[in-house]
Write a protein that binds this ligand. Structure first.
Ligand code: SF4
Ligand code: SF4
Length: 286
C-alpha cells in the first residue's frame, strides 16, 4: 500500500504552521497517522492531546565520560576540547554533556586512558493516540544533539505505525527554518506544504524553503496565512508562487479566534475550516 507523506513546513517560526497542521488533521477525509517532527519545539501535542501508548529513549551520538577514579587531573582533555565541555573540579576532569559535541579528541590525549565515549540519551520519543489517528512525537533534551536524526526516527516510526494500521497518509508537522532538522523532515516526503505570511521575511523564507524542497526532489505547495495583514505583501507572495511554479492551495485571513483557540489548547478547526476546506482535495491533485 502506497503511503503518502505530507510535511507542513515554514521558512520561519510563527507563521501558524502547527495550528494549520492540527486543523488539517481534524479535517482529513480518511484515516491518517500524525508525526510531530519539530523535535526542538514540539507543540502539536498541545492541540491534539495524544493519549500516551509508548515511550522510548532516543540515544543520539556518543559523548565523553570520565572515570574519575583513574583521572590524574592533568587537564590535557580540557585543553584539547574546542567546545569548552570539560572543567576541572576538585582535581578531576568533568564533562558537561550539554556542551560535548562527541568529537572524541579528549579520549586521544588522556595519558591514562580514563575517558571513553559512551551512549547518551538525547531525548524521548512517543507513540500516542489522538482523536484523528496515531501520533508519533518526540522531545529532545535541553541542549540535546542530533535533532536531524530524531526527525528521521519519528518519521520512520510514523510510517511503521501507518503501515501496521493500513493508513494511507502521514501528516507531519515539520520544523521551521531550512537547517538540518528541516532537511530531515522534507527529504523523501511526497509533498511539502509551506506555510507563509505576507511579509518580506515571509517571502524570503518561502523562497528559501522552496529551494530546499527543489534540491531534495520534494513537491511543494503553499498556504498563505494572515493574508489580509498586507495586501501588498500578499500580492508579492502570490507573484513569487507564480514565478516559482508553486501551487497556492489556500489563502487565510488573520483570524483572532485562531489565537484564542490555540491559547486554550484547542484545534482552531471551526475558525479555519472555511479557508482550508478544499486543501485536502488540492493536495491529492498535486
Ligand atoms: S568528545 Fe570532544 S567535545 Fe566532547 S568533551 Fe571530548 S573533546 Fe570535548
Ligand atoms: S586527560 Fe585524562 S587524566 Fe588528564 S584530566 Fe583529562 S581525564 Fe583526567
Amino acid at each position: 500500500m502506497k503511503i503518502r507523506e505530507i510535511t507542513v513546513v515554514s521558512g520561519k517560526g510563527g507563521t501558524g504552521k502547527t495550528s494549520i497542521t492540527a486543523a488539517l488533521a481534524a479535517s482529513a477525509p480518511g484515516g491518517l497517522a500524525l508525526c510531530d517532527a519539530d523535535v526542538d519545539a514540539p507543540d502539536l501535542e498541545i492541540l491534539l492531546h495524544p493519549e500516551p501508548r509508548e515511550e522510548h529513549a532516543f540515544i543520539g551520538m556518543d559523548t565523553a565520560g570520565v572515570d574519575s577514579q583513574r583521572c590524574i587531573g592533568c587537564g590535557r582533555c580540557r585543553d584539547v576540547c574546542r567546545f569548552d565541555a570539560i572543567r576541572m573540579e576538585g582535581g578531576k576532569a568533568r564533562v558537561d554533556k550539554t556542551f560535548c559535541e562527541g568529537c572524541a579528541a579528549c579520549t586521544l590525549v588522556c595519558p591514562v586512558g580514563c575517558i571513553a565515549m559512551e551512549e547518551t540519551r538525547q531525548g524521548t520519543w512517543f507513540v500516542g493516540e489522538t482523536g484523528f489517528g496515531p501520533m508519533v512525537h518526540a522531545r529532545l533534551n535541553p541542549g540535546g544533539e542530533n535533532s536531524g536524526m530524531l526527525v528521521q526516527l519519528v518519521r520512520k516510526e510514523a510510517r511503521r505505525v501507518a503501515e501496521s494500521r493500513g493508513l494511507g497518509t502521514i501528516l507531519t508537522d515539520g520544523p521551521p527554518g531550512i537547517a538540518c532538522p528541516a532537511i530531515s523532515a522534507v527529504t523523501g516526503a511526497d509533498t511539502a506544504l509551506i506555510i507563509t505570511e505576507p511579509t518580506i521575511s515571509g517571502e524570503h523564507d518561502l523562497l528559501r524553503v522552496a529551494e530546499l524542497c527543489r534540491r531534495f526532489g520534494t513537491k511543494a505547495a503553499v498556504v498563505l496565512n494572515k493574508a489580509d495583514l498586507s495586501a501588498q505583501g500578499a500580492e508579492r507572495i502570490k507573484e513569487a508562487c507564480r514565478k516559482e511554479g508553486l501551487p497556492l492551495l489556500a489563502s487565510i485571513p488573520f483570524i483572532p479566534g485562531v489565537v484564542h483557540a490555540v491559547s486554550q489548547a484547542r484545534i482552531p478547526l471551526a475558525e479555519l475550516e472555511e479557508f482550508l476546506g478544499p486543501t485536502w482535495d488540492r493536495l491529492k491533485g498535486l
